[in-house]
Design a protein. Structure first.
Length: 497
């Protein structure tokens, strides 16, 4: 956060420098403009084109820019654009007087109009040009109506050259400052872009420490980072790996760390896919809830949570095969518990360190269900069962007593989705020592089906040869002789397990 604050301060300092450059540039350009006029009038005085009273105008043009700058600095106006506009309108008032005093002589009139129009357009665009022109015209007309109109004679060549030189110097100096301002703005833009990239990178890194849903609500402004909580009806999920403690004693820390991180990464991917808010990791345990910060209704939240649990149970089969190939013999299994009820959700902790989490007896019940579950089992409370029973087949597991609840609580075991039960099941599995098979027909791509079939045929042929060699009789006779033995275990979701 200190880095972000420093970046913001750096950006503000850069903008402040740009404002100062604008303010100083206006002052210096104005001084150059009035010096150009003083120079041209002085040339006209030595040439005899102007009367000696014109020295008053020379004195005024030399002093006026400094007086105006000091007066504007003393005002309470802090906005640079407002100061520039006010100063230029005062210049336009003086410009109207200048035109009248010069009796609309061609050379000084061109000098004045060129410098004023250039300054007005640079400072404020067409809008300021129009308002400044109206101001100058109003002053000129008022003077003409008061004192009358008298056209002056044409300026001598030397005086016209002096006005031209003054105009050229003014435009060159003004262009130089505009170039400086453009460079400063370009550098400021690049610095802001770099700061934004750094902030985005830092934001991406910090987002790893919060659930994506919580992170998005904070950065979108929907939630404030304060110590506040609220009551909501949530679906709470707990899971852990059964036998993990024993496994941690058998494996090296590096191997165990890689295994655990791989497992948690895959489980989190499944949780996020189903819309779960990942609360925290507790060793090999995972705590997830549905219903905050976004919800589609408690019923839909419960269905998503159970669907997530079933997907995790399926994915464990894939992980088990991978772990076996890495030399891990013990088949790791997860157990899960799900409960639905009102919880307190929000920021807990201190002003210096907060944790967005949930608390309440319903959370404790979900944790208790998880600890009671067998390997590969998903246990539900009655509240969750009542919300998903139309789409998910469950078995009654009786009642349990839990601290904090006065009466016994009925619990249920998830069998699987009703649409996947029976002979039309899309997947099955079988496992004995030396053999493990897990088939999910819905996930096998059409282009891979022939390869899967070829692998099964090849494996079947090899096993058939070994059986015939061991028993010295055809495989079909063996099958007939063993007809009364236990059938192949099919996954419980097809209704035959």
């Amino acid at each position: 956060m200190h880095s972000t604050d420093n970046n913001n301060n750096s950006g503000l300092d850069h903008i402040s420098k740009v404002d100062n450059i604008f303010s100083n540039a206006d002052y210096y350009i104005r001084v150059i403009a009035y010096l150009a006029g003083a120079f041209a009038i002085t040339v006209g005085l030595f040439n005899g084109h102007y009367e000696q009273s014109a020295w008053l105008m020379v004195t005024f043009t030399l002093v006026y820019p400094h007086l105006l700058h000091a007066a504007l600095q003393a005002t309470s106006i802090k906005k640079t654009s407002t100061i520039r506009g006010l100063a230029l309108h005062i210049d336009c008032v003086f410009g109207g007087f200048w035109l009248f005093w010069m009796q609309f002589s061609l050379a000084p009139s061109i000098l004045l109009l060129t410098m004023l129009c250039f300054a007005l357009i640079v400072a404020g665009g067409i809008k300021l040009l129009i308002t400044g022109t109206i101001t100058m015209t109003t002053v000129t007309v008022a003077l003409c109506m008061t004192f009358g109109v008298e056209m002056g004679e044409s300026s001598p060549v030397i005086v016209s050259i002096a006005y031209s030189i003054g105009t050229l110097v003014f435009l060159s100096v003004a262009a130089y400052y505009i170039h400086m301002q453009a460079n400063l703005l370009y550098n400021a833009k690049k610095e802001i872009e770099n700061q934004q990239e750094q902030a985005n990178e830092l934001s991406h890194k910090m987002s790893k420490y919060l659930a994506p849903q919580v992170w998005q609500t904070i950065f979108s402004g929907k939630k404030d980072v304060t110590l506040e909580t609220q009551r909501k009806k949530l679906v709470v999920f707990f899971s852990d790996i059964k036998g993990f403690t024993q496994l941690s004693e058998e494996l090296e820390p590096e191997v165990l760390t890689e295994l655990l991180n791989h497992y948690l990464t895959d489980m989190c991917d499944i949780a996020l896919k189903h819309g779960g808010t990942i609360d925290k990791f507790i060793g090999d345990s995972l705590m997830i809830f549905f219903g905050d910060p976004t919800t589609e209704g408690t019923k839909m939240d419960a269905q998503k949570c159970v669907a997530m649990a079933i997907a995790m149970r399926k994915h464990m089969k894939v992980l088990q095969q991978k772990w076996r190939s890495q030399g891990i013999k013990s088949p790791l299994q997860i157990r899960m518990g799900i409960n639905t009820g009102y919880c307190t959700v929000g920021n807990f902790g201190a002003e210096q360190r907060m944790d967005y989490t949930i608390v309440g007896k319903e959370v404790n019940l979900a944790s208790r269900l998880e600890s009671m579950a067998e390997a590969g089992e998903i246990l539900l409370s009655y509240e969750t069962f009542s919300l998903i029973k139309d789409t998910v087949m469950c078995r009654d597991k009786g009642e349990i007593r839990v601290k904090g609840f006065s009466r016994p609580l009925p619990i249920y075991q998830v069998v699987g989705f009703r649409k996947e039960l029976g002979s039309e099941s899309s997947y099955m599995e079988h496992q004995v020592d030396g053999f493990s098979m897990y088939i999910d027909e819905d996930k096998i791509q059409t282009t891979d089906k022939k390869r899967v079939l070829a692998a099964l045929v090849s494996a079947t042929a090899r096993i058939k040869e070994q059986v015939e060699m061991d028993q010295n009789q055809p495989l079909m006779e063996l099958i007939d002789d063993k007809a009364d033995t236990s059938p192949v275990n099919v996954h419980p979701l097809n209704g035959k397990g």
